[in-house]
Ligand binder design. Structure first.
Ligand code: HEC
Length: 145
């Protein structure tokens, strides 16, 4: 009886260790991993200029009573949050009074351009997905890990 119990516990511990190892080998994705493409950020920039720049400024450096979307202050307030939360905020609150008037794709593209504006790297890989659940797996980290 005691023996069986010990074996079961040991097996469970092994499974947990294996799962943990898998996670750390791959690591969680962050904005430093090249999570958008240059083309996407450029598309997003055009929408940003049309829809957001009147308040957030021609260079994302604040204006018209709206906070900066690029630079240390922005990075401080979003540090350790997910790209999903940023996407969600933009989609649900921006532009004020007209939230959700853009397509999910447009919001994702704008988020890509905001990431670019903060100096996070583009890559030749895949674009930033336009779904909150996928974006929740990508962490915003102000400092390179
Ligand atoms: C009419 C002016 C206006 C427009 C247009 C506008 N915003 Fe904003 N935005 C604001 C204001 C004001 C705040 C601050 C809201 C608050 O603190 O409650 C804000 C906050 C934000 C924040 C949070 C910033 C932070 O550091 O927490 C994000 C992200 C954002 N806006 C994105 C966008 C995007 C993307 C667009 C275009 C689709 C947009 N905004 C268009 C006025 C605007």
């Amino acid at each position: 009886m005691m023996l069986t119990r010990t074996i079961v516990l040991a097996a469970a511990a092994c499974a947990a260790a294996a799962a943990g190892a898998g996670l750390s080998a791959q690591g969680p994705r962050t904005v430093w991993d090249g999570v958008f493409t240059a083309t996407q950020a450029e598309r997003g920039w055009k929408s940003y200029v049309d829809q957001c720049s009147t308040c957030h400024g021609a260079e994302m450096k604040a204006g018209a009573g709206a906070p900066s979307l690029a630079g240390p202050e922005f990075q401080f307030s979003w540090n350790k949050k997910s790209v999903g939360e940023l996407f969600d905020y933009a989609q649900n609150y921006m532009p004020p009074g007209q939230a959700g008037t853009l397509s999910s794709q447009q919001y994702a593209d704008i988020v890509a351009s905001v990431l670019r504006g903060n100096g996070f790297p583009a890559s030749d890989g895949s674009e930033l997905p336009a779904a909150r659940t996928d974006l929740d797996t990508i962490a915003i980290l102000a400092a390179k890990p």
